[in-house]
Ligand binder design. Sequence first.
Ligand code: ADP
Ligand code: ZN
Length: 666
Amino acid sequence: MHANVLFPINSEAFTYTVPAELRSDIKIGSRVEVPFKRSYRTGIVVALDRNPEAASLKKGAGKLTKSITLKPVTSLLDEDIFLPNNILRLLNWVSQYYMSAAGLALKNAVPSAFFTGKKAGKPRIIYEEEEKKSEQLNLTDDQKNALIKINSDDKGVFLVHGVTGSGKTEIYMRAVKSLPVGKQAIVLVPEIAITAQMIDRFRAGFGTDVVFFHSGLSTGERITEWQRIRNGEVKVVIGVRSAVFAPFSNLGLIIVDEEQEASYKQFEGLRYSARDVALARAKLEKIKVILGSATPSLEAYHAAQNGKFHYIRIDKRIEKRPLPEVEIVDMTTELKDTFSLSAKLVDALRQNVKDHCQSLIMLNRRGYSPYFLCTDCGHTHKCPHCSITLIYHKDTNTLNCHYCGSWLDPEPLCTECGGKEIKYLGAGTQRVEEELNRLIPELSFKRMDRDTTQKKLSHHRIVRQMEDRKIDLLLGTQMVAKGHDFPDVTISAVISADTALNLPDFRSAERAFQLFTQLAGRAGRGDLPGRTYIQTYEPDHYVFDFVRNHDYTGFYEKEIGQRKELSYPPFSKLIRIIFGFRTKEKAKRITADISARVRRIKHKNIQILGPVPAPVEKIRNLWRWHLILKGRNAKALRRTAREIVHKLELMRDVKVDIDVDPINLL
Ligand code: ADP
Ligand code: ZN
């Protein structure tokens, strides 16, 4: 008898023999210890072959089977099956679809502690404060109708397209409540920064039946919570990305809040999209999915238009509250108090403090200044390891690379020409913080960006301060723009819209529209109407017309026309193959060779673009080139990608990385 054992590493399964005493107990999904190299390793049995004659196992037999003598499984680690079958099937789908080793999928799905022998621990209480009481809301007609539709089918995809403040969270909760007894639900949220309120509301509605699965859990907590989920002891899991792999075996519903968010896609290792894995899991388990958004991805809206998804639209906010007035502030002509703050915005913020209302300000760049510039020679500091300009951070007095995390000390003289006139140009959140302190001393506020939220659950603390009215204003990167429900916020503002508009990517207009609409959506959610200020040097950009009028459909129609013309998604699928090289010379030489080999591959209806240098040419000392495959048929596209990778298999000095459905091409 043979067992294929999968480890959480970048590899397929390895084959072992099963000794007689384990044969009756070993199952697919069992966790086992096996000899590996000169030591032992923990893995999961993914296939079993009960017929001793059969030479090899069908799926993922691994390279070891060929001729060497197989080693026996050492021991079984649990009495019961460790990983349910539905999860194994899902991992299989994921590794096929994303063209990645099954072991990597396992690594993303199961906490690593289960493979390293760590012990379970007792979960701590996250909140010191009292849990909020659940108030029984009377559903609006829009909410009722949405639920009738959602409850009319136990399969399929429901796109809930509801404007900001239309009460989508309540729809999610009732949809979970409507599940048959014993059915479980997964709620995916795009980033941990915006989970606080979702958790509170679900806790209020479901108590301890809710588990919050996040990166801040300790190893012990992670083990305990994962086991509770696997044993069916909880009903709801809320979490980011990897919660889509929650080991429920009686799942009834997956909810993906803000389905358009880029953070659902993982950028390294297994490059999966949690939204798309959710759709696949729902299909495999024959259950339903709710995709919720005020600004659906073009892909989702397109699918709804074509009848692939059920479509539920809510155009009104709760209590018919108006959407905020959006004002585009033309920074080329507007009076300014500082380089980054218009007098208009500063006055409005000042007035808001007087009126005891709250405000929210977004600048999508952390740090103090993005240009540390010598005014004599124009030299700026680049990261030595990446082709990226370093960002000056004032609190640490360092020049930081936001790609690789390395940093330099700033020099008093220009390192190029010895010039003395060094200027910090442009602004990040730290600089705006300083300016606000100076211009509006009476303002009490917090900065929320990746630098201030390093500590576990610090987002939650900041959000609580805003909720409890301990501060007047929240300043931060895009994590302040999304999801939050602060009823007293009447002003929301974008300091500089321009960076978002000008990314070299076919989705940049879509992302900008979504981000600004989300930000606008934070204002005027309570009794007082809201106002949104968008500062820009490009006030005539077409995106603003649609943002100003809250016109999703108009934006969609314009954008989808362009996508069609250029045959970008949703009219095609993309696979991006990224090559990494140690030196620029190698990159040039080897890509010429790659190019020659790839040119010989000809497939009908598949376009191969490149290889060309990636827009961000160097990251962490790797020189990056890429190749983009475009086609309508996902399977054919994968086949071509596989063929290309196969042709390059024996090439030296190149690292090959595959990104299926890339969401940016940087
Ligand atoms: P969305 O996610 O659509 O932006 P939320 O779910 O955050 O909106 O709801 C906005 C606000 O309206 C929340 O404060 C919520 O408690 C409140 N709300 C939701 N449904 C109702 C209802 N039926 N009656 C009164 N208030 C509601
Ligand atoms: Zn770097």
